[in-house]
Design a protein around this ligand. Structure first.
Ligand code: CAO
Length: 425
């Protein structure tokens, strides 16, 4: 028994944003039926291929615990199968380009006629308005959602981040919308439409930068390094390098080995509550009570001097030694971990956040397991499905096609090249 046991998801998603959402629902126990174009499937199956002939890591790492059915949604028999799936399922999730689902004949109005209880959940690049018809990928959303203009260094161009806040971030937002709509349906008996726009999702995650935009009206942003450097502020929230996003000054600092190791760095926060501990650790006890250093507001115009002194100390230690020394003193620090270090991290493997999965075509690979842990609904990560692996099973068991009806659908060609169960099966 899992949290979402009994919930059936018609997964019409592709690439990253939608699949992130439906993978989470699958991990929480929903039966996720992924509909793919016959013979082709999700485009990511064949993108960034590292093992010839096998599904890519791009696909396998976003489609665990799902079943795959091939359906040509532009074919009449394919549409018939889809209609039956809509009748059977609780939620349809999709992230096609705007208008694609309507052109197939499965827009919101159509879906409600087929199944009034259905919840329809969509990711689009933009919400209603000027840009609603645009196709959008990750970095477009990062740029349009305010993240890129506020990321990077003051004297450099806008930067996108490696974290896929537009795709995976919006998938997370959508998943929350879906379970909330399921919860409301328990009380009202009605389905509803759930929309998550990537621009909105990125903006939600960049909320603190809109906060700072408004604070600018009241004067310079004192906790930004630029303030201490005497550089005037413009009209918009500036890029702030590695400054902390909150009220406690922080920076990325070099650690022992930085000359050769690109990740020998630590994040170091001079939290006001433990200022005295910071002073002791870095060998500047005189700063504890000194005028101009003792209180947080006094220090704001000296952040470069202070972090230079902290860095002189961190450069004598490895990033792990910094962690070991500072943690007992309540000084918040964090090592800059490489993906290699994360892949080898025993702790993350123990908690199931990093999992090793076996795949018939590609062998063993690493994936990120479910980052949300429910004590009553543990996650077992299962490999992603092969293209059309479950077509026959879903036609028969979920939709009840049998005998001649089953043969008619299979022979129509609308559901791909179906491997029929032998007579003995
Ligand atoms: N059978 C037959 N046709 C199918 C099908 C199936 N099973 N599944 C999809 N198709 C068709 C669609 O109907 C559409 O056809 P038409 O344009 O002729 O109506 C066609 O495939 C292409 O769909 P698409 O426009 O969604 O795909 P694309 O590769 O051109 O664009 C993307 C990709 C991501 C830019 C676009 O889907 C999009 O903007 N999505 C919304 C935002 C989003 O999720 N972006 C994140 C992408 S990364 O997570």
């Amino acid at each position: 028994m899992k949290a979402l046991s009994g919930v059936k998801i018609l997964d019409f998603t592709h690439v990253q944003s939608g699949p992130t959402c439906t993978q989470l629902l699958a991990w929480f126990g929903a039966d996720v039926i992924k509909v793919e174009r016959p013979g082709v499937g999700d485009a990511t199956r064949k993108q960034l291929v590292d093992v010839p002939g096998a599904d890519s890591l791009y696909f396998t790492m976003l489609n665990h615990n799902k079943r795959s059915i091939e359906i040509n949604s532009k074919d009449e028999t394919g549409k018939e199968v889809l209609r039956r799936l809509v009748q059977e399922c609780d939620v349809l999730v999709e992230n096609f380009a705007p208008g694609a689902l309507d052109r197939m004949g499965f827009g919101w109005e159509d879906l409600q006629k087929i199944n009034p209880m259905i919840i329809m959940a969509s990711v689009k690049g933009f919400g209603p308005g000027k840009y609603e018809d645009c196709k959008v990928y990750e970095n477009v959303a990062q740029c349009a959602g305010g993240s890129a203009s506020t990321t990077g260094f003051l004297d450099g161009p806008p930067l996108v981040t490696g974290a896929q806040i537009g795709d995976s971030g919006t998938g997370l937002h959508l998943a929350l919308g879906i379970v909330t709509a399921l919860f409301q349906r328990e009380k009202t008996g009605r389905g509803q439409k759930v929309d998550a726009a990537m621009q909105d999702g990125v903006l939600n995650l960049s909320r603190v930068k809109l906060r700072d935009q408004q604070r600018l009206a009241a004067g310079p942003l004192n906790e930004y390094s630029q303030f201490g450097e005497g550089i005037p502020f413009g009209e918009a929230t500036p890029r702030a390098g590695n400054d902390s996003g909150g009220g406690q000054p922080g920076r990325i600092l070099k650690c022992k080995g930085w000359e050769t190791d690109p990740n020998a760095y630590t994040y170091f926060i001079t939290q006001a509550a433990v200022w005295k501990n910071v002073c002791d650790v870095i060998g500047k006890p005189e700063w504890k009570e000194a005028e101009g250093y003792a209180t947080p507001p006094e220090r704001l115009n000296k952040l470069n001097e202070i972090f230079d002194a902290v860095e002189q100390w961190t450069m004598t230690k490895t990033k792990y030694e910094v962690m070991d020394i500072c943690n007992p003193l309540n000084i918040p620090v964090g090592p800059i971990l490489s993906m290699k270090e994360i892949a080898e991290d025993e702790g993350l493997r123990k908690t199931g956040t990093i999992v090793e999965v076996d795949h018939p075509d590609r062998g063993k690979y690493l994936s990120v397991g479910c980052p949300i842990k429910l004590s009553d609904s543990p996650v077992e990560v299962e490999r992603s499905p092969l293209l059309g692996e479950h077509t026959a099973e879903i036609l028969a068991e979920v939709l009840g096609y049998t005998g001649e009806e089953f043969d008619r659908v299979v022979e129509s060609g609308a559901v791909g090249d179906v491997k029929l169960p032998s007579a003995a099966e």
